[in-house]
Design a protein around this ligand. Structure first.
Ligand code: NAP
Length: 311
């Protein structure tokens, strides 16, 4: 039986693993993606992580992973399909049928990109529709693309693509951006970036190959590719029956990672949440890393108290 099983290997999960290992706990990380590092791997330049002024998101994720590996953290590359509570902790059922037991869980499964939910999106996903400019931008060299959204991801994506593509439309449903004004100013200086404000895509069209988007205003824009940056949705389907979620699906948890039972709202003993899956104001690498440290510390303290009570 493990002391701690961490579900998710993004910055929160890897930070939790490092702290749990240093607290001398028997720890494993379950990750469904082979050698994953979470959403950070798809980020462009990260320049707000203290002490590392300018680094590619993929490289930063690799550094986090190497740190965990240097402490001999055990990684289990399988998907967790079910979690059940029992008297000594939790049983996690994996996709190959194996059950693993742990006294505590740190749930750090992160979030996935929100879909636009418009006709054509599903049909052209991977064939012109992308959720990751860093991953797929190079396919659109000297082509015309559109970025959808008005947050930091959309702004960063538009800036990144403006150096690759012939033309970038940035389509946002309001006339002011949610993301950083400093990036908006950089975009305004780009001759090949056009803002399409107070409008949104209602259909993605094509004839075998994606060729245009239809807007709510009735306009149509000819494009070769679409990058959807509508934010993210927490990956909490696996735990929705055991842990309390807020109305947007995030796990209700404070900085210490403690969670509440979905049944009665009481503290869910030994179950901690860290990173983008939990309720919080700022979802960034630095806060995910901090969450992982806090959750592992909470898990260590919880195990110590439990052990003293049982003696
Ligand atoms: P976000 O801040 O939630 O922005 C999502 C954008 O998509 C919003 O502008 C929203 O419009 C729009 N949107 C959502 N659903 C839509 C729909 N159905 N139709 C039309 N528009 C829709 O997500 P994000 O940009 O991915 O950022 C997430 C977090 O990561 C934020 O805290 C952000 O600051 C952070 N981040 C930081 C950096 C950086 O520091 N360089 C880079 C990337 C992300 P409204 O504005 O009208 O709601």
């Amino acid at each position: 039986m493990y002391d701690v099983v961490i579900i998710g290997s993004g910055p929160a999960g890897l930070s939790a693993a490092v702290y749990a290992k240093r607290a001398n706990l028997n720890v494993a990380v379950i990750e469904k993606e082979y050698e994953g590092t979470g959403q950070i791997a798809e980020s462009g330049n990260v320049n707000n992580y203290l002490g590392v002024p300018d680094i590619n998101g993929y490289d930063l994720g690799e550094k986090f992973r190497e740190h965990a590996l240097s402490l001999n953290v055990c990684f289990i590359e399988k998907e967790a399909l079910n979690i059940e509570e029992n008297d000594s902790g939790y049983i996690i059922k994996l996709d190959d049928g194996e059950n693993i037991k742990s006294k505590t869980i740190i749930y750090a499964a992160g979030a996935y990109p929100r879909r636009a939910d418009v006709p054509g999106e599903e049909e052209y996903t991977g064939k012109g529709v992308s959720y990751c400019a860093i991953c797929d931008g190079a396919f659109y060299k000297d082509k015309t693309v559109t970025v959808l959204g008005g947050g930091d991801t959309a702004l960063d994506d538009a800036l990144y693509l403006s150096d690759i593509c012939k033309k970038v439309y940035l389509i946002h449903r309001r006339n002011e951006f949610r993301g950083a004004q400093s990036t908006v100013e950089k975009l305004k200086e780009k001759d090949n970036v056009e803002f399409v404000l107070s409008d949104s895509v209602v259909e993605i069209k094509g004839d075998k190959k994606l060729d245009s988007v239809k807007l709510a205003s009735g306009k149509e824009l000819a494009v070769d590719g679409i990058f959807i940056a509508y934010g993210s949705v927490p990956q909490t389907a696996l735990v929705k029956d055991i842990v309390q979620l807020d109305d947007k699906g995030y796990i209700v948890a404070g900085e210490d990672g403690f969670t509440n039972s979905a049944d009665n709202g009481d503290c869910l003993m030994g179950f901690f949440a860290a990173g983008d899956v939990r309720t919080k104001k700022l979802r960034q690498v630095v806060t995910a890393v901090s969450d992982g440290a806090n959750a592992a510390t909470s898990a260590a303290e919880y195990l110590m108290k439990k052990c003293n009570v049982e003696k």
